[in-house]
Design a protein around this ligand. Sequence first.
Ligand code: NAD
Length: 263
Amino acid sequence: MDRLEGKVAVITGATGGIGQAAARLFAEEGASLALVDLDEGALQEVVRSIGEDRASYTVADVTDPDQSQAYINAAVSRWGGIDVLLANAGIEGTLATIPDYPIDVFDRVIAVNVRGVWLALKYAVPAMRERGGGSIVITSSTAGIGGTPEMSAYNTSKHAVIGLMRTAALEGAPHGIRVNTVNPAPIETRMMRSIEEQRTAAFDDASVTVETTKQSVAERIPLRRYGNPEEVARMMLFLSSDESSFCTGGIYMVDGGRSAGSR
Ligand code: NAD
C-alpha cells in the first residue's frame, strides 16, 4: 500500500485506459499525482474519483512545448517536485500500407508518440535533477520491437522511444534518474477497439466481425488473450518505485508471451 509513499508522479494520457489504471494504482500506493490529458471534463472526473488531496490535473497537448513546460511547472508548484514521470500519452493513427498512409496522420502520430515523450523528458529531467533523482517510464509497445503491417507510423514511433529511453537512461544515470520502457501487447482499451474496427472494415467481408478480428489478434498471444490495463499498471508501478532501483535502460515486456515466439 505504500510503494510510492511520498513520491510525486506526473502521468500523461491519464484519462485513457492504461493511464487511468496507473493513476489509480499509484494513488493506492501513496503517490501524489499530476495528471495530464486533452479533455478537461475527463480529467476532472478522474481527479474527483481519486481525491483532490491526492491528484491535480493540467489540460495539455503533449506535442506543444509551452503546454509541456506548463504541466511540469504545475506539478512542481502543486506538489513540490517530481519523482516519477509516466510518459504514456499516445495515438494509434490509421491502418494503411506505406504507399497509402496519409502524410498528415504519420506526422501527428510521430508528434504525439515521439515528440510528446521527448518534450516530457526535456522538461521533467531538470525538475528530477533538482530532486536528486527519479524514475521515468515510457509506454512503448510490442510494436516497438517488431513490425506491424499497416501501422508504419505507430510502429516507427514505438521503436523511436526505445532509442530515446536508452539515451535518456545514459544521460540520467549520473543524476540518479532511471529510464525504462514498458512494452505491452494488445490491451483492453479504446485504442484496441479502434484498431479492431479499422482492420475489420478493411476486410469488407461480412464473415469478418470486430469479434473475429479480436480473436485472431488474441490467438497470436501465447496466453491467448489481451492484457488488461491493471496488468500494465503493475509493471509501471514496479519501475516507478524504489523496488526497481537497479533497473535502467531496459525494455519491460507485458505481452502474454507475444515476443517470445516467432512473429
Ligand atoms: P487510450 O486511447 O485509452 O489512452 C491514450 C490517452 O492519451 C488518451 O486519454 C488520449 O486523450 C491521450 N492523448 C492522446 N494524444 C494526446 C496529446 N496530444 N496530448 C495529451 N494527451 C493525449 O489508449 P491506451 O491503450 O490507454 O494507451 C496508452 C499508451 O499505451 C499509448 O502510448 C499506447 O500507444 C500504449 N499502448 C497501448 C496498447 C493497447 O493495446 N492498448 C498496447 C501497447 C502500447
